[in-house]
Write a protein that binds this ligand. Sequence first.
Ligand code: UGA
Length: 435
Amino acid sequence: MACVDSNAERIRQLQEGHIPIFEPGLEELVERNAGAGRLVFRDSLGDETARADAVFIAVGTPTRRDSQAADLSFVNQAARGIAERLDPKQGRTVIVTKSTVPVGTASSIEKLVVAARPELRPGRDFDVASNPEFLREGSAIEDFMQPARVICGTEGAHAERVLRELYAPLNVRGSPMMFTDRATAELIKLASNSFLAMKVSFINEIADLCEQCNADVQDLARGLGLDQRIGPRFLRAGPGFGGSCFPKDADALVAIAREHGVDAHLVETTIRVNDSRKHAMAERVRALMGGCVAGKRIAVLGVTFKPNTDDIREAPSLVIVPELIAMGALVAAYDPAASANARSVSAFQGVLWVESAEAAMREADAVVLLTEWDEFRSLSAQRMAELLRGPIVVDLRNALEPKDLQSAGLQYYGVGRGRVQPTPAHRPGRDRKPD
Ligand code: UGA
């Protein structure tokens, strides 16, 4: 298998065995397969394209600057490059879109190939198929090896046969394959992410309600999830969803719906609810600190959009941290994987980056947990109490154990875990000194 990217520096790093992203297990996997000669990296399309049974386009589809729609320029550029190299004499190639793309992209790629190479006939000399990916960052390998489903949008028996063969090892191990038309496959991807985003926003709203009713959202989510029609996953309340997929794909779905004159009220509202939630979380911290954070030191634990990644794209931290700083707070932040990258992010200007959770918490008036990294779950409540100057722990991921923290003399505030009582305006600081 040959992996091609136009970024020559990235390819050089990969050839040297350096993985430019943080993804558990990926380095070993690449090393093993590159070492065995099964995997090579190139900075331009080569002869392999003409001989390949399938070429996957997996480039980025960022949101366009001028609208909510996806920017297809990288996809089209890749498709043009592939078109130039197709050679039916060396075998029929299936061009497969793995990138998350708007509905109709497979058919527009087909037209693009024909425009570039009028002598080629789709469905005879080449095929275009859609095969959306459902990997989650942080568990991408597991999701790839044991996918809940493999969705393939094909037109014609040849593309179906090639993809069936390709995924046979996963299918044999129990992952179902579903074949559909290309537009449906493209839409399944956007609908999946939009639905999951909606589920997260739903539980976040219910968490707010739990706080007003003195109920517990975690028990509620368990109760809800026991209904198999609802399912237990993606019901963790938090500071709002982030990442490079949910926000972008929900936007893309809304853009496509608009284009087709269809209302996508639920997804539109999900986006709005999620955006305002991030701001509300900064306000929540302010309220819990007595209505004013000016001059107070706040320890922020975790800035990535979720654990086990160094990705901070669209992370709630990008809204919450700058707002706390704008309110006058002094923020000391630590993230197990992203502290280094985050230093150069303009939204984090003014943040003091430290090397450990303990360093962030030392002499802080409050601690705000933004990402549920395992190492934060295992923090000792007693040690936190020793380090902190103030008693306030705002756990926006419900990752910590309230009872332990309360027994250590700290004030615990989770999300949707009973009534949130803001603290009085002037609260005495901690009376013990850190050792
Ligand atoms: C998401 C989908 O889960 C994958 O199936 C899909 O392949 C991927 O997008 C993609 O389109 O490439 P990912 O963005 O890696 O994967 O992250 P998720 O685990 O889905 O989490 C997204 C956001 O929702 C995170 O900010 C996470 O903290 C938040 N979330 C998730 C919650 O707040 N509560 C939950 O219960 C679950």
